[in-house]
Design a protein around this ligand. Structure first.
Ligand code: SF4
Ligand code: SF4
Length: 148
């Protein structure tokens, strides 16, 4: 019963997310499609009010406060990216399988179901898709609008 409830709840949440993305879409649109490489589940950045998490001690404190963070382990460090991300720890979700399948797909968190969402503020701040991701952001403008 609990599982059925979650599937129905997720269905309506997905519907609302889709609606929200269409209603508040910026001048950018998402194009392309997922290659199912799993990179986005292995290169997650977390941030606090102080910025991106760059220290394991900070992350351990986060894990103590919120159980949710126990689902992640450190997978690497960002380097040679945008300055504001340099040194940030990357995290891997424990639910990604070796063959890049989400082991809790029907119950994955809202954030995962909304990924990748078009966030104009983040795009302006230089945030891009991961290297080799099948998605990319494009400007939602017709050729005739450029001519005008
Ligand atoms: S990184 Fe992009 S292509 Fe790879 S699984 Fe994530 S969304 Fe799909
Ligand atoms: S819950 Fe699933 S989709 Fe979300 S990060 Fe983990 S493996 Fe990826």
């Amino acid at each position: 019963m609990n599982k059925v409830f979650k599937v129905v709840k997720n269905f309506f949440e997905d519907f609302i997310l889709d609606f929200k993305n269409k209603l508040f879409s910026s001048k950018y649109v998402l194009k392309g499609k997922c290659k199912k490489c799993g990179a986005c589940c292995r290169n997650i950045l977390f941030s606090t009010q102080a910025g991106y998490v760059k220290s394991i001690d900070v992350f351990n404190e986060m894990r103590k406060k919120h159980r949710y963070y126990r689902n992640f382990r450190v997978s690497g460090v960002v380097s040679e990216k945008q300055d504001f991300q340099n040194g940030a720890l990357t995290f891997e979700c424990k639910f990604i399988s070796k063959n890049n399948k989400c082991l809790i797909y029907p119950f994955r968190p809202l954030f995962c179901r909304d990924y990748p969402s078009v966030r104009q503020d983040l795009i302006y701040n230089g945030v891009t898709m991961l290297d080799n991701c099948g998605f990319y952001f494009d400007v939602d403008k017709k050729f005739s609008e450029y001519l005008n």
